[in-house]
Design a binder for this molecule. Structure first.
Ligand code: 2NL
Length: 370
């Protein structure tokens, strides 16, 4: 119960002593309580307010009500008590002031300190290279198409003219989604092994003439080493129109390789095989480490095994069988397609010796490309 000033009937020395002792100990209990400036002000007003503060009440209820013969003593005690309260109140005020000054000092912000600089991220070298490749083809008027990473057997293999028993369809090479055995083969899900399915989807969506590039992530069931990663990136391209020839393919890729590796690189086309192109070719560029000479610093160039050429991508004229799957008329249109591994190109452009460096996430490696 909060202290209130009692009326006095008995003005004897003993009774007065008790009344003032009670008031004093009430003050001593209350002076330690206030935690904040507003609380402290309430406490001060409770004791010192001119109208109805505890000191004023003591004056009214004890001094004014005292009988004549007790007035002198009560007056003295009231004065003493008043002095006590005022003195303690001053101490308390100083204490609260100091505490609040300290709190302000602790909270103060030094606006002259430099700001906290957040470390800026940067484009990953693989994505940077992929965007650069895509940029070269965008400048030639190609549009960019993307598609799902989880594909069906139909889009990843069947529509691309892979025969049913092609080794790429084996679990040795392809990662299949589990529990698909009850579905017909063509509907079974897998992780796409190339971005060609996106081109099939583009041809289903759009009529010729067509020029698209399809960048994206692909998956193979390969053990990781310095040149292999189960996840890597590809950019594939496709041009379908009337009268597209192998010359168009050669001119386009020769230009793209010069744009990516410098205008002095040469290209050559070497016979190859893909189920979805006929004829097919591997594209080699003149070695960028020995300028195609096969010799570097008087020793055989290790990058091209002293051949002067580096194999970089695959390409060919779209096999007529593929047009059958997308309802294009192979007697009316022709086209070329190509596919390249982004990491392989980044490795050559930046002189990186291990593909795993792109995926380990070591910032000391990655920040060199920022
Ligand atoms: C490689 C070879 C290639 C294609 C990809 C393609 C796509 C369609 C039709 C025909 Cl829809 N071809 N893509 C063609 C030739 C080669 O990639 O070695 N990539 C890393």
């Amino acid at each position: 119960m909060a202290y209130t000033v009692p009326k006095l009937i008995d003005f004897s020395a003993n009774s007065l002593q008790k009344a003032f002792d009670d008031a004093k100990s009430a003050f001593e209990n209350e002076v330690v309580a206030p935690k904040s400036e507003p609380e402290w002000k309430l406490f001060r007003d409770r004791w010192l307010a001119r109208k109805n503060g505890i000191l004023t009440q003591a004056n009214d209820l004890w001094l004014k009500a005292a009988p004549k013969e007790a007035k002198r003593e009560v007056g003295q005690r009231v004065n003493e008590f008043k002095q006590f309260v005022e003195q303690e109140m001053a101490k308390s005020r100083e204490f609260h002031q100091a505490a609040s000054n300290l709190a302000v000092a602790l909270e103060r912000v030094d606006i002259t300190l430099p700001g906290i600089r957040r470390p800026l991220g940067a484009e990953h070298p693989v994505i940077k290279t992929m965007n650069e490749i895509v940029g070269v083809f965008r400048n030639l008027g190609y549009s960019v198409e993307e598609g799902p990473e989880i594909e069906t057997d139909y889009y990843n293999f069947e529509s691309l003219n892979f025969p049913p028993n092609h080794p790429a369809r084996d679990t040795q090479d392809t990662l299949f989604i589990a529990g698909q055995e009850s579905k017909p083969l063509r509907d079974r899900l897998l992780l796409r092994t190339h971005t060609s399915p996106v081109q099939i989807r583009s041809m289903e969506k759009m009529k010729p003439p067509l020029r698209v590039v399809c960048p994206g992530k692909v998956h193979r069931n390969d053990a990781p080493d310095a040149t292999h990663s189960p996840i890597f990136h590809q950019v594939e391209g496709l041009a379908v129109d009337t009268n597209i020839t192998f010359c168009d393919l050669k001119g386009t890729l020769d230009h793209a390789m010069k744009a990516l590796f410098g205008s002095s690189v040469k290209t050559r086309f070497y016979p190859s095989f893909f189920p979805f192109t006929e004829p097919s070719a591997d594209v080699q560029i003149s070695c960028i480490f020995c300028d195609g000479t096969g010799t570097r610093d008087g020793a055989p160039c290790r990058n091209c095994k002293a051949t002067g050429w580096i194999e970089l991508l695959g390409c060919g004229m779209v096999d007529p069988n593929v047009y059958g799957f997308v309802d294009y008329d192979p007697t009316k249109v022709s086209g070329f397609a190509f596919g390249m591994g982004v990491e392989r190109i980044a490795i050559l452009k930046y002189g990186v010796d291990d593909i795993q460096l792109f995926f380990n996430g070591d910032v000391r490696f990655l920040e060199q490309f920022a």
